[in-house]
Write a protein that binds this ligand. Structure first.
Ligand code: COA
Length: 326
């Protein structure tokens, strides 16, 4: 059996920016509140004519180029998204067409902010067992089209973007050393969008209730997120045979700076080993980890030999953790 590792990464996001000052004009909020409660200063926002697969496609093409592979080399495309272009076909299949990955199977994973870790966990075992050779895992979101800009509790948090990773066989001792995904659907209503599906459908009432937009119980979510991310991180480090001190870099889902700080302190990781781009990007859900990883690879924070811990938490609720040796 071979190990599965990251061969190349890419990212893309809309050029449009929504600052805290812009939000002050939309809802009763202010820069000081948003900064101290979330760490966010701005987020990228797609234009009306921009949609999820476009950003996923741009990120995927960049990841392929950096991996030195062609679209036709890819066996599977897993697109993690909670904001697909449309309900059918999957955004993974749409990206397949846009990049010309004619030999791949394209599909979506619906696991909210944990989607990228869900995707790499799925393809890791497929690569390790030899069922496939190369996979593209993409986290792509246009969350701002699902955000209720009359709800100050949620609209300040989310932004748009995409990150992509090409995975394939790597030498022993490298690549994904431990990875695990979990969910607990009993916490459904902590972060959800009830409208538009087969339960409530799309009716005048659902539209009037704004049921198609995200609804969040931020306070409750906060506690479950910190506990879940810290616990699965410790479990994955132990499974990989390492301690917190061995880790070169922690890349948590960029949910909110206070969640990141609380996870780091629970784990006992010093701040300088924890990556954050929340101030510039906001929470981009499934895209946040691959965007952050790509930034760290490009800036040299992740280099050959680095031991990196990823951890995510999202609506569902879902969570996951991964230990990777680059
Ligand atoms: N601007 C100003 N005031 C706001 C506000 C905003 N954007 N949003 C909420 N408030 C107000 C509330 O109305 C409330 O006012 P009240 O006391 O008069 O009722 C007060 O701030 C406190 O609200 P609360 O929800 O308890 O704040 P909080 O300290 O929990 O912070 C979050 C809110 C959303 C920032 C915080 O709960 C959080 O970060 N949760 C996790 C969210 C997250 O990361 N989600 C994605 C997970 S993947």
């Amino acid at each position: 059996m071979v190990n599965a590792g990251i061969l190349g990464m890419g990212q893309a996001y809309p050029s449009g920016i929504l600052t805290n000052a812009d939000l002050e004009r939309l809802v009763d909020t202010n820069d000081e509140w948003i900064t101290t409660r979330t760490g966010i200063k701005q987020r990228h926002k797609a234009a009306d004519n921009e949609y999820t697969s476009q950003f996923g496609t741009r990120a995927a093409l960049q990841a392929l180029e950096r991996a030195g592979l062609k679209p036709e080399d890819i066996d599977i495309i897993v697109c993690a998204t909670t904001t697909p272009d449309q309900i059918m076909p999957s955004t993974g299949a749409l990206i397949q067409a846009q990049i010309g990955a004619i030999n791949a199977a394209g599909m979506d994973v619906f696991a909210a902010c944990s989607g990228f870790i869900y995707g790499i966990t799925m393809v890791e075992s497929m690569i390790r067992t030899g069922q496939i050779k190369y996979a593209l895992v993409i986290g792509a979101e246009v969350l701002t089209k699902y955000v209720d800009y009359t709800d100050r509790g949620t609209c300040v948090i989310f932004g748009d973007g995409a990150g992509a990773a090409v995975l394939g066989p790597v030498p022993e001792g490298k690549g994904i050393l431990a990875t695990k995904i979990k969910s607990d659907g009993r916490y459904e209503e902590q972060l959800y969008a009830p409208g538009g599906g087969t339960k409530l459908g799309t009716t005048h009432a659902t539209i009037e209730n704004r049921d198609h937009f995200f609804k969040m119980k931020g306070n409750e979510l906060f506690k479950v997120a910190v506990r879940s991310m810290a616990d699965i991180s410790a479990e994955m480090l132990e499974k990989a045979g390492y301690s917190v001190d061995d880790v070169d870099l922690v890349i948590p889902h960029q949910a909110n700076q206070r969640i990141t700080d609380a996870v780091a302190s629970r784990l006992g990781v010093p701040d300088e080993k924890v990556y954050s781009n929340i101030a510039e990007m906001g929470n981009t859900s499934s895209a946040s980890i691959p965007i952050a990883m790509d930034e760290c690879i490009q800036s040299g924070k992740i280099k050959e030999g680095s031991l990196v811990l990823l951890t995510a938490f999202g609506g569902g609720v879902t969570w996951g953790g991964t230990v990777i040796r680059f």
